[in-house]
Design a protein around this ligand. Structure first.
Ligand code: DUT
Ligand code: MG
Length: 622
């Protein structure tokens, strides 16, 4: 579906409010014209500037009067008679009526503005919720392929753009159009000849405005691009500040920023110039028009075809027409922008995750027997990452996965919680194809500590007990204790309530990893996946955590990707991967006994720690 009808449909959900807003706008337009009409009356009748304080409206040419003016006349006459019968003199009554019209215009413009903008805000809330829901359920592939900055701008500024168009701009557009129509009727019914002359001359004034607005729009688009570029440099600097320092690239980066900054400056100066010349130019043109109008009006007034108040009212109406006409280009631009934004947002909303739960997916019972990879192959793009992998992991087993970098270890374990789906073959969980199970019941049974630690900008407590609002204190501390995280947590200024900062910037690499391990321990899932979970720790804390992990692995089924010799040695079985294939499997001594990849890795000192480190004294029993 095209973005525009789709936005309209989203808008249609609020048609009750929209109708109310429309009614209010009609009242605003009528009040505006009434104000103009009464302005003439104040001058001619109340202030007595008119040739005579006649009851019947303008110029006395009663027969030729257009419908709109006849209605206004009738209304005015009634109001005046009523006032007089209550003893209120004209010089009070007419200004009072003018004030009434003014109040009515503003009260109803409040209602319409509030209702329509309210719809814009509500639409944006709906859309953002929908987009975020979709975003959450996207596959891992989607996240690794999309740019964070792009997704952020879709969720934030693109959605905002739609709000502006469907709130402010739409209000201005509809209100402007309604008022314009009534104002046209008004000026034509007042003095058709004069109105006609002016409208024939109007393009002379309007064309420069239109072209100016267009130029401004172009400059605004250019400015947005430039500021985007500036933002990109800035975010790179913030993320890469360490690299910049160690490579002494400050001057280089400063120059790069300077260039982008100057670019932005040039565009801005252009905008400023266009804007600055707008008002004086308009004023001169308007001045020429007004002078001509006064010359013509003077002769009309002398000939008693027009009155002073009428002239003023006419002028005021012309001025009021200026705004909606001027706004047309701006609104058009905003709507175009909103449509392109909507396209980007809908692209996100419509994106179907490649990891789908079947409609008849079944709930997996607690893990009891075995996980089996049957002829599993996998690729991200063209290059095969796993080829014909066949393996079975029994319940309670600890399986170590080793192999050179890029061999496919992380990819292998990612298939189990269905972060990705195998390209060929299948994975079974107690005999059930994991694609036939509900994602929830599968993922609930898996605890995962990833290669790069992910923590949320929240307290230590909510990072360990992720997703639980009031975790039991005892369980929390036990998890932290088992992960050897309690010592440093207790030393934090606010203990478990300390915030870890964005990307856990306030913690060391090893502390982050221990928190992530505590989170996995807390989850207490029967299957545990540890992807280089201790790579960031120094030898001593590594030994500590390794012990904690050993404890944790007892009674659980564990897949552990490791470089640590002690971890690998203690595993029940070692699976060796090389270039997408499972090449060897067996225990440490079995594998060492034959010349193969494992033997080679061992000889190349792929495994990080020596037996000595492992037997290093470990304080206190846990
Ligand atoms: N790969 C991709 N896209 C990804 C992730 C990885 O194309 O999103 C490639 C890179 C590599 C292969 O897949 O060539 C296997 O990657 P994996 O992360 O599984 O390798 P690893 O065995 O875990 O390597 P390391 O020990 O460096 O973690
Ligand atoms: Mg890996």
């Amino acid at each position: 579906m095209k973005p525009f009808p789709r936005l309209l449909r989203a808008f249609g959900r609020y048609r009750g409010r929209a109708f109310l807003a429309l009614l209010a706008m009609v009242v605003v337009s009528i009040s505006t014209v009434a104000m103009l009409f009464l302005l003439a009356k104040v001058i001619d009748d109340a202030l007595g500037a008119g040739a005579a304080a006649r009851l019947s409206g303008f110029g006395g040419a009663g027969a030729g009067r257009a419908t709109l003016l006849r209605w206004l006349d009738a209304f005015y006459a009634t109001a005046r008679l009523t006032a007089e019968s209550h003893g209120i003199p004209v010089r009070f009554a007419v200004p009072l009526l003018l004030l009434l019209a003014l109040v009515s215009k503003n009260v109803f413009s409040y209602i319409s503005e509030f209702e329509l903008n309210g719809i814009g805000v509500a639409m944006v809330r709906d859309l953002r919720r929908e987009a975020y829901d979709r975003l959450l359920r996207q596959s891992t592939r989607f996240y690794s392929e999309s740019s964070t900055g792009d997704l952020m701008s879709r969720m934030l500024s693109d959605v905002e753009q739609i709000q502006t168009a469907f709130g402010h701009q739409l209000t201005d557009l509809v209100q402007g159009a309604l008022t314009l129509i009534l104002l046209l009727l008004y000026v034509f019914s007042m003095n058709a000849r004069l109105a006609l002359i002016i409208f024939l001359l109007a393009p002379v004034i309007l064309l420069p405005i239109v072209s100016n607005t267009r130029r401004l729009g172009k400059a605004a688009t250019a400015a947005r691009e430039r500021i985007g570029h500036l933002g990109a440099i800035l975010s790179e600097t913030l993320r890469g500040h360490r690299v910049i320092k160690t490579y002494a690239m400050e001057d280089f980066e400063a120059r790069r920023f300077e260039e982008a900054n100057n670019d932005y400056f040039r565009v801005n100066r252009k905008t400023v110039r266009i804007q600055a010349r707008n008002a004086p130019f308009m004023e001169i043109l308007a001045g020429i028009g007004l002078s001509a109008l006064f010359v013509y009006a003077a002769s009309e007034i002398h000939a008693h075809r027009m009155e002073v108040g009428e002239l003023f009212s006419f002028l005021a109406a012309l001025m009021m027409m200026y705004k909606p006409v001027k706004d047309v280009t701006r609104i058009n631009m905003a709507i175009q922008l909103a449509l392109s934004s909507a396209r980007r947002v809908f692209e996100l909303v419509d994106r179907v995750s490649e990891i789908q739960e079947k409609p008849d997916a079944r709930h997996l019972a607690p893990f009891s027997d075995a996980i089996a990879y049957e002829n599993v192959s996998f690729r991200y793009e063209d290059q095969p990452v796993l080829l014909d992998v066949d393996l079975t992991i029994r319940r309670g087993e600890t399986v170590a996965i080793v192999g050179p970098s890029g061999a496919g270890k992380t990819s292998l374990v990612n298939l189990l919680p269905r972060l990705y789906d195998a390209t060929a073959g299948r994975i079974t969980f107690d005999g059930v194809d994991i694609k036939d199970a509900t994602l929830r019941s599968l993922r609930d049974q898996i605890g995962l500590v990833t290669q790069d630690t992910v923590l949320f900008d929240a307290s230590v407590r909510s990072n360990i007990a992720y997703g639980q609002s009031s975790p039991p204190e005892e369980k929390l501390r036990a998890a932290a204790h088992a992960a050897y995280a309690d010592e440093f947590i207790d030393r934090l200024p606010e203990g478990y309530d300390s915030f870890v900062g964005e990307n856990a910037g306030r913690l060391s690499g090893g502390q982050k990893q221990r928190l992530a391990i505590a989170r996995a321990i807390y989850k207490d899932a029967p299957i545990l996946i540890l992807d280089e979970a201790t790579s960031q720790l120094d030898t001593e804390s590594e030994a500590l955590v390794a012990r904690a992990l050993m404890n944790l692995m007892k009674g659980r089924t564990t897949l552990v990707i490791a470089h640590r010799l002690s971890t690998v040695r203690r595993a029940d079985r070692i699976l060796v991967f090389d270039r997408a294939r499972l090449v060897e499997s067996g225990t440490h001594s079995e594998l060492l006994a034959r010349p193969g990849v494992y033997h080679r890795l061992h000889a190349m000192q792929y495994f990080t720690e020596t037996e000595a480190a492992e037997s290093a004294p470990v304080p206190g029993p846990r």
